[in-house]
Design a protein around this ligand. Structure first.
Ligand code: C2E
Ligand code: MG
Ligand code: MG
Ligand code: MG
Length: 279
């Protein structure tokens, strides 16, 4: 870029760019070291069946325990890991670690693992998943792989073949953060999803905005018509639960039922009294 910019322009912006670039490089270097230094950890958040408020699945969420900055959330480093080509090995570690942990859970508890778009296209994802299941003994039917709409938008027809390869293994493919991306409804027909996760932006305003309630019940109805189930994300209040039940949504995840915690702190008991819809 320096070559195409005018020389004066380049020199004018050089100091600020230098600092930014240096900080970015330092962050990338530390991120590369984080895997061998075992600085990543997985936290686990329950997903409950709304009829019983008992966990039916648990989502693995990665964090980076940085030696100086403390716990760094995934939104801050996953995009960088994708850019520097680290998402392959990091994603493999996440899958293997989560599957090994989940293999110890009661057999009716499923494991949900997030995949980045870069893992789905241009890697050997089906083989990585097959190996993680074989190495840990977790039955394929207990694994749910969550992808976002960004995967579907990749102008690469491979993603469909990869998702079919995954379902052929017996794992479930779930569409995460539904409603926030730009994909068309026809993707719901084209791709083999078993479940749709309704993004928490819709859940957050469920009790205050009639249009959010309309979207949630429409998505739930649409999902059922296509033989898929729905999970509501970011559920924080019993009022939201009442509306979700009324909308026909079967599963929910959110602080009301439990925050993401280390594996050892995970409980499979109902995390809160299962308040009736009227409460
Ligand atoms: P996501 O898959 O949609 O995960 C749900 C996010 O919502 C998590 O944030 C979770 O902590 C947060 N959350 C759960 N319940 C509530 C609630 O009641 N209220 C609010 N305000 N938030 C809630 P987190 O852990 O920071 O993860 C953010 C995103 O990073 C995830 O969104 C996912 O897209 C990505 N991510 C997390 N772990 C992984 C991973 O292992 N691999 C990849 N590729 N991406 C990951
Ligand atoms: Mg997710
Ligand atoms: Mg989500
Ligand atoms: Mg998200």
């Amino acid at each position: 870029r320096a070559k195409t910019d005018g020389r004066g322009c380049y020199r004018f912006f050089a100091p600020a760019m230098d600092t930014d670039v240096r900080l970015q490089r330092a962050f990338e270097l530390q991120l590369r070291e984080a895997l061998p230094r075992r600085e990543f950890e997985l936290h686990y958040q329950p997903i409950v069946d709304l009829s019983t408020c008992r966990p039916c699945a648990v989502e693995a969420l990665v964090r980076w325990r940085h030696p100086e900055h403390g716990l760094i959330p995934p939104d801050k480093f996953i995009p960088v890991a994708e850019e520097i080509g680290l998402i392959g090995p990091l994603g493999e570690w996440i899958l293997a670690t989560a599957c090994r942990t989940a293999a110890e859970w009661p057999s009716d508890i499923r494991l949900a693992v997030n995949l980045s778009a870069k893992q789905v296209v241009g890697g050997d994802l089906v083989e990585v998943v097959r190996r993680a299941l074989a190495d840990t003994g977790l039955p394929a039917g207990r694994l749910e792989l969550e992808i976002t709409e960004s995967v579907l938008l990749q102008k690469d027809h491979d993603s469909l073949a990869v998702l079919h390869g995954l379902t052929a293994l017996g794992v479930h493919v779930v569409l995460d953060d539904f409603g926030t991306g730009y994909s068309s409804l026809s993707y719901l027909q084209l791709f083999p999803f078993s479940k749709i996760k309704i993004d928490r932006t819709f859940v957050a305003e469920l009790t205050t905005r009639a249009d959010c309630a309309a979207i949630v019940s429409s998505v739930t109805t649409l999902a059922r018509a296509l033989a898929m189930s729905t999970t509501a994300e970011g559920v924080e209040t019993w009022d939201q639960v009442a509306l979700l039940r009324a909308a026909g949504c079967r599963e929910a995840q959110g602080w009301l039922f439990g925050r993401p915690v280390p594996a050892a702190a995970l409980s499979f008991e109902p995390t809160a009294a299962c308040a009736p819809a009227a409460a």
